[in-house]
Design a protein around this ligand. Structure first.
Ligand code: SF4
Length: 88
């Protein structure tokens, strides 16, 4: 998956939801860099802002998009941990 496909997949993911991609395009590009770099290294699209510990459970937790509505940042600030997805 290339950059454009990843962005499109994330945009599709937000459709009809109460969250959207961060409107700061440069910031989203940086997150894309991080996720694609992780994919190159681990074959998984892992969150670029949190550390894996080598376990399968943690990897599942870190697959982007993750279950970010459980994050404290979602409850308090309306964003996923990294700020890739924000409340509409
Ligand atoms: S915190 Fe945001 S960027 Fe990180 S995995 Fe979750 S949705 Fe993706």
């Amino acid at each position: 998956m290339n950059r454009e496909e990843l962005r499109k997949a994330w945009e599709d993911f937000t459709e009809g939801n109460d969250f959207m991609l961060n409107p700061d395009r440069d910031f989203v590009e940086k997150i894309i860099d991080g996720v694609l770099e992780n994919e190159k290294n681990s074959k998984l699209k892992l969150c670029p802002c949190r550390l894996p510990d080598g376990t399968r459970e943690r990897n599942i937790e870190l697959l982007c998009p993750c279950n970010f509505k459980t994050h404290e940042t979602w409850v308090k600030e309306g964003r996923c941990w990294c700020g890739l997805f924000v409340k509409r």
